[in-house]
Design a protein around this ligand. Structure first.
Ligand code: SAH
Length: 336
């Protein structure tokens, strides 16, 4: 419920509207999981709340720590389903990688999450609570508050757009975590209509697109939904995004042996990067155990880097984190 709805609930019962503010604050600022603990609310009101409402909070069910400090959480939802979220520490910051759906409806051939059927969308509070849980871990294990959030866990955030947006509103609101939207990145496989919608909604967070190939046939072979959302439509949506927001996009890109490591693949990526201002993150491939995909040689990756740099395109190489506990990109599959 919104704060307004809670205020109205109390008013309609002949009570005072500010009770709604109090309950709201307990739920969102203090992340309480029971009415019992709401100490500035009378016993009778707490009992009444118990009778009317449930708090469907998440529970950190399992926690694994990688040798590199990355923590993977198995999060149990109120209906027993599980999603995973990850805390990734570096020297200077801590990043939460959160899930937006249970499973995923997309079918990227190289991603372990794609093998789980999409069971349902996460609610705004379930997304928000993952961030709260990871913020608490960041404070506990790294003595600092969470600094960044990436929507790169399970699911396709643009196929659960409204809930993701509501969660981000709460994360950035002073009534929630008060984090800056500039520290949030939403990663999408590229749903053109929804990229335009984000532009129309003037969102303030960053956009990353999992590109992996700028050639339709290649991209369709590894990300079959590219048949429905081909690169021309994606390019068109990205132009719309840039016109409206004036913000550049990040392309996530894995180079695989024999799949996209040729000259024509590099040339196509360079051309695609000219559509709107963009930078490229070359991600290390995290094997998901069937051998069809193999990380390309460092020579092939260096070829990409030199051609992109020659064309004045910023490129970063991203090392995997938490690989030993299956917490790296594309490895979240509720193995436990
Ligand atoms: N559905 C969203 C967010 C989840 S995936 C999206 O597609 O962007 C987060 C990132 O991990 C994406 O860039 C995805 O392409 C990448 N990824 C998936 N499987 C991977 C793997 N096995 N190794 C490396 N990166 C992978």
């Amino acid at each position: 419920m919104t704060k307004e709805e809670l205020r109205r609930f109390f008013l309609d019962r002949g009570d005072q509207a500010f009770r709604g503010n109090q309950v709201y604050e307990w739920l969102w600022n203090k992340s309480l999981h029971s009415f019992e603990e709401m100490s500035n609310i009378s016993k009778a009101t707490r009992v009444m709340l118990e009778e009317h409402f449930v708090i469907n909070h998440i529970k950190v069910d399992s926690m694994q720590r990688s040798a590199d400090g990355t923590i993977k959480n198995g999060i149990r939802l109120h209906d027993g389903l599980i999603v995973e979220s990850v805390l990734i520490p570096t020297d200077t910051r801590t990043t939460a990688c959160v899930s937006s759906q249970v499973g995923c409806s997309l079918d990227c051939k190289f991603c372990a999450t794609a093998r789980l059927k999409r069971m349902r969308n996460l609610n705004p509070d379930e997304i928000y609570d993952q961030v709260v849980a990871i913020d608490q871990q960041s404070r506990l294990y790294h003595q600092q508050r969470l600094s960044n959030i990436v929507f790169m866990g399970m699911g396709e955030p643009l196929m659960n757009y409204n809930n993701v947006l509501k969660a981000i509103d709460k994360i950035t609101s002073p009534e929630g975590l008060g984090m800056s939207a500039k520290r949030i990145t939403l990663s999408t496989s590229g749903v053109p209509k929804m990229i335009k919608k984000m532009a129309d909604d003037c969102v303030k967070f960053h956009l990353a697109v999992s590109l992996h190939s700028a050639i339709d046939e290649v991209r369709t072979s590894i990300m079959p939904f590219n048949k429905i959302f081909p690169l021309d439509d994606l390019a068109d949506a990205l132009q719309y995004w840039y016109q409206k927001t004036k913000r550049k996009v990040t392309y996530e890109y894995v180079v695989w042996d024999g799949i996209n490591d040729g000259r024509k693949d590099i040339a196509a990526l360079v051309e695609f990067c000219k559509i709107i201002p963009a930078k490229v993150n070359l991600i290390e491939y995290n094997p998901i155990d069937d051998g069809e995909f193999r990380q390309a040689s460092s020579r092939a990756v260096n070829n990409y880097i030199s051609h992109l740099e020659m064309n004045d395109i910023v490129v970063n190489v991203r090392r995997s984190r938490g690989k030993d506990i299956d917490a790296a990109c594309g490895q979240l599959a509720n193995k436990n």
